[in-house]
Write a protein that binds this ligand. Structure first.
Ligand SMILES: [Zn+2]
Length: 326
């Protein structure tokens, strides 16, 4: 059951949740201001583009991506490249660095690794990563706004290489973040990994939603229902839609070789959000922060294997934990 705002905080402080780890005064940051977006970055001509970049339309159709053998090997490579771009970019997030600086670094890293940034030109999206700061739910466009001490930022990377897309994201603290904000970030990471661990071939994909919701509920966080994970492989956004909240409408069953993303967003405040004038940036109306993590995984007979890992098996999703002042 979801901890209510009037319940005693899970941390044992003796204060109500709404006056402790869900205290708006501790969590809320100055309202996000969108900055100037810089011109499009070039991708060298030797790097293969996804069809939608030049054709303008997104194809092939979003059928489930069931991969094995050489196709799965290509998927592993694309996913590893995405993990590498993410780790490099996450490491550069610091006070005074703009999200456009992060985009430039990510862009150069994709290109160095022979990959095309899947988001660049996808339905007209203008940048190579998404950077969603504080109360920005998702799809924040990198701009000249500098990150400030105490912000959190989700960096979402998708690499297209060897004909496959690999997709991963992590939320990191900028400089020193508050203990309340760190708890949101850490719980979101935990929920993401719990969702992945719940997947099994032959079982409903809803098991992931149940596991994610259970983790969020213990701390009183909401799980965003409007966005979910997706099938991925030769297609950036394929079937099935991976719900992160429990819905009786979802009867999808996992099968061996199915490649999907698991990418829950947890929020510390209310659910309502509004799309900014840029047509992409989704901003929570109450200004309360939100966090997200994402891995690309392949379903196996006895679970799900995370593909968006570095060569040594680590990733920016798993850590390091953000620094805190509490
Ligand atoms: Zn507390």
């Amino acid at each position: 059951m979801r901890a209510t705002r009037n319940a005693p905080c899970w941390c044992g402080s003796g204060r109500k949740l709404k006056r402790c780890h869900l205290d708006p005064a501790a969590l809320r940051r100055p309202p996000i201001e969108l900055g100037k977006v810089t011109p499009l970055r070039d991708v060298p001509s030797h790097i293969v583009r996804p069809h939608y970049v030049e054709g303008g339309t997104v194809w092939p159709p979003p059928t489930p991506q069931i991969l094995a053998g050489a196709a799965l090997d290509r998927m592993r490579h694309a996913s590893r490249v995405a993990a590498e771009v993410l780790a490099t970019t996450v490491a550069a997030a610091a006070p005074g660095v703009s999200t456009d600086d992060l985009d430039a670094l990510a862009h150069d890293t994709y290109v160095r690794l022979g990959a095309y940034p899947s988001t660049l030109g996808y339905h007209g999206y203008p940048k190579s990563i998404c950077t969603s700061v504080n109360e920005v739910l998702c799809h924040g466009i990198p701009d000249r706004r500098e990150l400030r001490d105490g912000d959190i930022v989700n960096i979402d990377v998708t690499a297209f290489v060897d004909g496959m897309h690999g997709d991963t994201s992590a939320t990191v603290g900028v400089g020193t973040i508050g203990a309340e904000t760190a708890a949101l970030v850490d719980t979101t990471r935990e929920a993401t990994l719990a969702g992945i661990a719940a997947l099994r071939a032959g079982e409903p994909i809803q098991l992931a939603a149940r596991a994610i919701t259970a983790v969020a509920d213990t701390k009183g966080y909401g799980v965003v229902s409007e966005y979910g994970g997706h099938g991925i492989g030769e297609v950036f956004h394929a079937d099935p839609h991976v719900h992160h909240t429990i819905t009786s409408r979802d009867r999808a069953v996992a099968e061996p070789g199915l490649c999907i993303t698991v990418e829950p967003m947890l929020r510390s405040g209310a659910a309502r959000f509004t799309t900014a004038e840029d047509g992409w940036t989704e901003i929570l109306d109450d200004g309360m922060p939100t966090a997200q993590f994402e891995h690309t995984v392949v379903v196996t007979d006895d679970g799900a294997e995370i593909l968006t890992l570095l060569v040594d098996g680590s990733s920016a999703v798993a850590g390091p934990s953000p620094t805190t002042n509490g």
